[in-house]
Design a protein. Sequence first.
Length: 226
Amino acid sequence: MIALWIVLGVVVVIALMAVVSYNRFVSGRQLINDAWANIDTELRRRYDLIPNLVETVKGYAAHEREVFEEVARTRSAAAAATGTPAQQAAAEGPFVAALRQLFAVAENYPELKANQNFLALQQELANTEDRLQTARRFYNGNVRDFNRRVQSFPSNMIASMFHFKEAEFFEIPETIREAGPPQVSFAPGTPSVSFGPPGSAPTGTPLLPAPPGEPTPPPEAPQGDR
């Protein structure tokens, strides 16, 4: 009888451990789903910003039709992607590349870079990028923890029994975070706007003329990479 009770006790302990492990897998999978929903929200917000951004740039560079068409095409493809995180990331890559082309076009038009509507849209896009990257890190952190449990003993036995598979990480390039938010300089004779990183010199042409007879100083060299 004593041996039987010992066996029953061991069985009960194992069963409880299995239930706890199973519930942790369920909870981890739900955390991943919630984190992915946050990513999707920020992606949709970014998609919504792009048409207004494109229309603003068109007002100054209407002849850059190929760039606008590429942005529209890749945006539609990214917005329509509903597959796995890896498939979504694959759709985001060309879209991000097209956005970089759009900002490269903007660099050639000082009046556009000084346009308040463009600056506001660019700043809102930068804010969205910040939120998106925060959501991405939170999602990937949950994926890492979940995958560790799928691979570790003895929880991997429960994962195998109930078909808990490793989740996919989500990695996408940033659009304008690498360039940084617009930097404004009001040094005498050289107020201008730059899309360089904080601490870099303005690259735009002067927004106000230099005093008569006084040459416009050349922009200072960047202070170096971050």
